[in-house]
Design a binder for this molecule. Sequence first.
Ligand code: SF4
Length: 363
Amino acid sequence: MAIDVEKVEGEIDYDKVIKEFGVEPIEALKPKLKKLEEISLLYRRGIIFAHRDLNKILDAIEKKENFAVLTGFNPSAPLHFGNKMFIDQAIAFQRLGGKVYIPLSDDETYVFGKSNSLEEARERAYSLIPKILALGLDVNKTKVFVSSTCKYVYPLAVKLSRKTTLSTIKAIFGFNDSDNPGKFFYGVVQAAHILLPQIEELEGRVPTVVPIGIDQDPYIRLARDLAEKLNFEKPSSTNHFFMRGLRGGKMSGSKKESAIFLDDSLEIVKEKIMNALTGGAPSREEQRKFGGKPERCVVFEYFKFHLVEDDERLRKIYSECREGKRVCGDCKQECFEMLAKFLESYRERVEKAKDMVGKVLLE
Ligand code: SF4
């Protein structure tokens, strides 16, 4: 089964997703998640819903052993708040001792037709580096690599390609004979990204966790299968709820109106938030009388997933909405002000992070 992120419009049944993908619900690990819950609202608020083998990472954290965290980006679109969730997870693992690796797949952008040239895709990848670092990664424990230029990627991908077959790749990803061969090969390239921290020149064989969208789970399955064949540790993964698009449906980098991008102007951010789907009643009077439905509200998702760190404050927003003490216009204005504050300080950090690119780049 594959979820096509670009096509998801309705609600996703996550219980069904857990069963069909064969991932594990996160609750079973509950007592061991305490450290992550303390430092990450994504864990504390149940936004991470499933995993594969996360217990290996939790054990490494407990024993203070080396482990790696890997989360990659396709530089086909600018970063948005949905992308930020992957980095937020990487930061949490990094704070608990993990070494972060970030592949930027310019090759994927190109072979899947999202850029006119490989050079253009590569430029976009390099320009993302300070924008990723500025989200709060520790540059002393982070390595970023651009897939087509990192010397370690191709040799590993070639080795992995010997351990799989075209029919396996076709069965996993559903490609057909009219697709270009770069798409077929990209399956093993992405497996190489996932396993790269474990090569001898880097961390050696270590547990590795990959925060990943559930739609990308086939890549993890392939990497886990290949890991065993090359004597690597099978990578672990975590999956989180998708943020919904600003007008409902799925947030997507290819739909500008569905997301707030980290380089949107504040005017655009304001316009997007003011037009966002809420759980509010049809009129101000009805909202005051019957209350709103924060669980259906995209604005509330921004508070919950990103903007409100303090749980008590989030609970207050929730209950004020339910009880009709909060109306959507004011609430959206509050959300915009928080976003503006975040983005202004983020942009200053991006400028500073430009000097750090050489330090983190794995060439
Ligand atoms: Fe959403 Fe706020 Fe309106 Fe409640 S008051 S529905 S949280 S925008």
